[in-house]
Ligand binder design. Structure first.
Ligand code: MD3
Ligand code: FE
Length: 215
């Protein structure tokens, strides 16, 4: 029999958000420092930039990518591009530590053989937000999106299949991993404006990794 002590950390409870969506609190705590280091290395080759939407708005979230393709936006639309339009070079390769984490989180959530093509890296500072949207630029509509939160906490807005559906608010902290696949793949979601703060791993920023099966 195992004995629980008051000083033990709380057991890691995987929270089922809805069918196909699982929140793995603290799943990436141990790897978080290495993941942030890798983000800094990636950003030396493919700098964070503020993309322009097809509607002409400049996004408050700064983005870069690694992997076989990267998500980009400009006045002509959204797309996955094998080349970074800022440099004309391929995106940096996906680090082994990224892939290992994404695959093990997907497996923990019930998605075997996950093989992400892309990792979009979002960087938020105070005031940055992501409006309510669906991620529907990926061909594979069943494979999950795996999301890893690093640094400052954020309030994640999570709605339903229609834009007008009611939203829940979920606080995401550094090391939290969320997996959204299957029937939960097309729920509307967003991120509330980031609050100012300081975090030992990322300073004044929140970084979010989203792994995607594109093809
Ligand atoms: C639910 N990023 O990059 S991650 C995005 O925190 C994006 O930066 C947010 O939404 C962020 O597109 C949220 C959590 C997430 C990601 C994808 C989802 C939740 C999702 C796809 C379907 C449903
Ligand atoms: Fe999204």
């Amino acid at each position: 029999m195992t004995t629980l002590f008051d000083s033990d950390p709380p057991p890691r409870a995987n929270e089922q958000l809805e069918e196909g969506a699982v929140l793995l609190r603290g799943f990436a705590i141990a790897e978080a420092p290495l993941l942030v280091q890798e983000v800094q290395r990636i950003a030396q080759a493919a700098a964070f930039r503020h993309l322009v939407t097809p509607g002409g708005y400049t996004m408050s979230v700064a983005m870069t990518n690694c992997g076989r393709v990267g998500w980009v936006s400009d006045r002509t639309g959204y797309r996955y591009d094998p080349v970074d339009p800022d440099t004309g070079a391929p995106w940096p390769a996906m680090p082994g530590a990224f892939l290992d984490l994404a695959v093990s989180a997907a497996a923990e959530a019930g998605f075997a053989n996950y093989d992400p093509d892309a990792c979009l890296i979002n960087r938020y500072i105070a005031g940055a937000k992501l409006g309510l949207h669906q991620d529907r630029d990926e061909k594979d509509a069943w494979a999950p999106i795996v999301s890893v939160s690093l640094g400052l906490p954020a309030v994640f807005l999570w709605g339903g299949k229609r834009r007008s559906d009611p939203q829940r608010r979920l606080r995401l902290e550094s090391g939290d991993v969320a997996v959204w696949g299957g029937p939960a793949r097309f729920v509307y979601h967003g991120v509330a404006p980031l609050k100012d703060g300081q975090h030992p791993l990322t300073g004044n920023a929140r970084i979010n990794l989203t792994f995607r099966k594109v093809f």
